[in-house]
Design a protein around this ligand. Structure first.
Ligand SMILES: [Fe+2]
Length: 293
């Protein structure tokens, strides 16, 4: 697949101090702060998986999708332009800021800003000493993101039809669509991770439902849960195991009002033999929303 991984998220935030504490002391990521303007979060050799920029709103600013190389990015760009989607090139300062060789800007049908890039410069320095959490990221990307898409058909035509994502499965939301029809959550992959992207059929003011970070074992999840409790960060959903990606995870509220899912054990699938299905429960067990975890 020409787009092969979720690369990074850019977020805007009204309270950088609380975000910094949450990301460093709660999630155990390396956070580099640039004065009062920006936080850059590293969990592996990619330069920054999350960039949180000071703003007067809390919202998703952009999703970075990594193409497998310059030719792959050129093919994706041609497919977008061929479908009549407006594609804008990046300024040299943006390439330097993102530390990538090439990048294009595009907007998805739900209004999310995407940055599709190739050639990320790696940062080989060891991660700054933290509590020792090891993240599962690298070439598979760092996890997944769930985006609101009020027009699901248009969103699937864009992500599946133009960008080449594979539809992995769907979850029906009975009666939650327009005029009482069923709405859907659709899960899409671009590598063996079960999903790197999920589309939620409905509006969300912040532009993001949740983002997911994967760590390497259950103890790291449990320690993360303890740290978030110690910080008195609200636990949105208790520990549980999802039916589709098999992730064992909990959900915690970010200072931006949306959630981070923090989990382990996500399964890898074979795109060549995958059959898209409908799941009828979110979790085998757990993920009790509104409980204290
Ligand atoms: Fe998730």
């Amino acid at each position: 697949m020409d787009i092969h991984a979720l690369g990074y998220l850019r977020l805007e935030a009204t309270d950088l101090d609380t975000w910094e504490r949450f990301l460093r002391d709660g999630l155990d990521t390396e956070v580099v702060r640039d004065g009062d303007s920006e936080l850059r979060v590293r969990i592996d050799e990619r330069p920054a998986r999350l960039v949180v920029t000071a703003s007067d709103v809390d919202r998703l600013a952009a999703v970075g999708w990594e193409a497998s190389g310059l030719r792959a990015l050129a093919r994706v760009t041609a497919a977008l332009e061929g479908a009549g989607v407006e594609v804008r090139g990046a300024a040299p300062e943006e390439l330097a800021d993102r530390r990538v060789e090439a990048l294009v800007h595009v907007c998805d049908p739900g209004g999310s800003a995407l940055e599709i890039y190739a050639g990320p410069a790696l940062d080989h320095r060891p991660l700054a000493p933290r509590a020792g959490t090891r993240f599962v990221a690298g070439d598979l990307g760092f996890g997944h993101v769930v985006l609101p898409q009020p027009e699901m058909d248009a969103a699937m035509a864009f992500y599946e039809g133009i960008l080449g994502f594979q539809h992995r499965d769907s979850m029906r939301l009975p009666g939650m669509g327009p005029d009482g029809s069923d709405a859907w959550i659709r899960f899409l992959g671009c590598n063996p991770r079960h999903h790197s992207l999920a589309l939620f059929e409905g509006p969300v003011p912040s532009g993001i439902v949740h983002l997911m970070l994967e760590v390497d074992d259950l103890d790291a999840v449990g320690r993360g849960l303890d740290r978030c409790r110690d910080l008195e960060v609200p636990i949105s959903a208790s520990l549980g195991r999802h039916t589709n990606d098999h992730m064992v995870s909990f959900y915690v509220g970010t200072p931006g009002g949306f959630d981070v899912e923090y989990g382990t054990g996500g399964r890898l699938v074979d795109p060549a033999t995958w059959v898209a299905t409908e799941i009828t429960a979110v979790s085998y067990w757990g993920h009790r929303w509104g409980s204290a975890g």
